[in-house]
Design a protein around this ligand. Structure first.
Ligand code: ACM
Ligand code: ZN
Length: 476
């Protein structure tokens, strides 16, 4: 018994915390990295069991994904406990499985163009935390990063913006080739991570309009934006040509991304151009709609159906729920709650599946870690402390009466307006991603911030050894 208690003191600082760890007597030691025997067992698909005894380590699972999850936990242990050629682990039996199926991270490659090498390295570290969804924000006002064969100007023009901070002489530019996208998807697959592309429509469309000005209400001139914010110019809801472009974009996504999910954006659409545009006014008349804002739901339901015909399920930001009186949001559409939790609460009460990424609960990694002028990050909205990120729970108290299977899980998002180097991105991501990962993996009853903070000390050394830049200040 004494020994077991010693082992509890030498606790394995795993993040996210496993569903169950039982410490047993003694230690496993090995010179050099040990071989792990793998055993088939009847466990849930993503679950694994890890038995560390004095003489051996056995990993049990029922699927490649389960084995992979167990290997990532072992990788954590090897990263922190392999010292001077020797590994020493307290004997224990770990039984582990996820609380939610959607454990995501979003990267905004429009505002800052991340290299493929950076993305692969990041995917590798996401996997270490059992993150299984990489939501790739590929288009926005400040850059279009997806090659579409039939609309080549989207990348020829839409992927380039003048960098005004450098006197307008320098361009920020870049798009991913088909081959690079396939590399990312395939690398992520090897890490049991699904890549979900996002094409933000019908707002955040300056890069599209700069490339094809005829698709805007005024005809332009437009430019790929160098400023950050919400812009009035959006796709013209009265012009059927926008759907021709979107068809081709969806064809491209279907070719490049095997995932069943496609994110269609839908956030922060301004309606004043639609109000003033004769084509949009004609559309309103034809559809018998009173106000331009209803045109967003007209577009959204069309896009959801276009994807459904391709065997894909649409996800949108929580605005896709608004103004749906005439054009209802199709049931299959998934709502991603970002403006706090209310969008997720409302969507689930209406029977939609939901992914929680509330900016009010530390899911926005572009916000500062703490209120300090020296800290990088958005300043206008509050802070996302590690503590706040840890507080994120995809099932909120207001959801107590809804069918909890509608809540697919949660994720954190790195918007990149203020990022101009991968190392800054890492600083914003870690360790808040570790806190979010625990929120979407670990059973609720096992979660405890003080315990997490203690494990984080060891875990941050692992991230150091992987070369990740990290925030090291106060957690609260
Ligand atoms: C968002 O943050 N505009 C989804
Ligand atoms: Zn219009």
């Amino acid at each position: 018994m004494e020994n077991c208690r010693d082992n509890e003191k030498a606790a394995l600082s795993i993040i996210p915390k496993p569903a169950s760890i039982k410490y047993t007597q003694g230690f496993f030691t090995s010179e050099g990295l040990p071989s792990v025997r793998k055993k088939e067992a009847s466990l849930l698909e993503e679950a694994y069991k890890l038995v560390i005894s004095k003489d051996e380590i056995v990993l049990e699972a029922s699927s490649p994904c389960g084995f992979f999850n167990g290997e990532q936990t072992l990788r954590q242990l090897f990263l922190s406990e392999f010292k001077n050629g020797i590994i020493k682990l307290p004997c224990a039996e770990i039984n582990d499985y996820p609380r939610f199926s959607w454990r995501g991270f979003m990267l905004d490659s429009s505002r800052y163009f991340y290299s493929v090498a950076f993305i692969k390295r990041l995917i590798d570290v996401l996997a270490l935390h059992h993150i299984n969804r990489f939501h790739w924000h590929l288009t926005d006002d400040q850059g279009w990063r997806l090659p579409v064969k039939k609309f080549p100007l989207l990348t020829e023009i839409g992927s380039r913006r003048i960098n005004n901070r450098l006197q307008g002489q320098v361009y920020s530019e870049g798009f991913y080739t088909e081959d690079e996208i396939r590399q990312v998807v395939s690398y992520a697959q090897s890490c049991h991570i699904e890549v979900i592309p996002e094409v933000d429509l019908p707002g955040h469309a300056s890069a599209i309009l700069a490339s094809y000005p005829g698709l805007g209400c005024t005809g332009g001139p437009y430019r790929v934006e160098d400023r950050f914010g919400i812009f009035e110019d959006v796709l013209c809801a009265g012009n059927d040509k926008i759907f021709e472009l979107i068809e081709e974009v969806f064809n491209t996504l279907s070719e490049l991304f095997p995932s069943q999910w496609v994110h269609i954006g839908g956030d922060e659409v301004m309606f004043n151009r639609w109000q003033a545009c004769p084509k949009c006014q004609r559309r309103l008349l034809e559809l018998n709609l009173e106000k331009p804002k209803y045109l967003q739901s007209f577009i959204t339901q069309k896009l959801v159906k276009m994807l459904w015909q391709r065997g894909k399920t649409a996800i949108g930001w929580d605005e896709i729920l608004n103004d749906c009186e005439k054009y209802r949001l199709p049931k299959e559409a998934v709502v991603m709650s970002w403006q706090g939790e209310k969008g997720g609460v409302r969507a689930s009460s209406l029977g939609h599946r939901v992914i929680m990424a509330p900016n009010s609960s530390g899911c926005y990694l572009d916000w500062k870690h703490m209120q300090d002028p020296e800290e990088p990050g958005q300043n206008y909205s509050g802070v996302s402390s590690v503590y706040k990120s840890y507080s994120m729970d995809p099932i909120t108290p207001e959801m107590k009466d809804i069918d909890s299977s509608l809540i697919l899980g949660g994720q954190c998002n790195l918007w990149s307006e203020l990022i101009y180097a991968g190392k800054i991105a890492e600083y914003m991501i870690f360790p808040r991603l570790c806190a979010i990962a625990e929120g979407v993996w670990t059973p609720r009853e096992n979660r405890d911030f003080d315990d997490f903070s203690r494990r984080l000390v060891t875990h941050q050394k692992r991230l150091d050894s992987l070369g990740m830049n990290q925030y090291r200040g106060p957690l609260r």
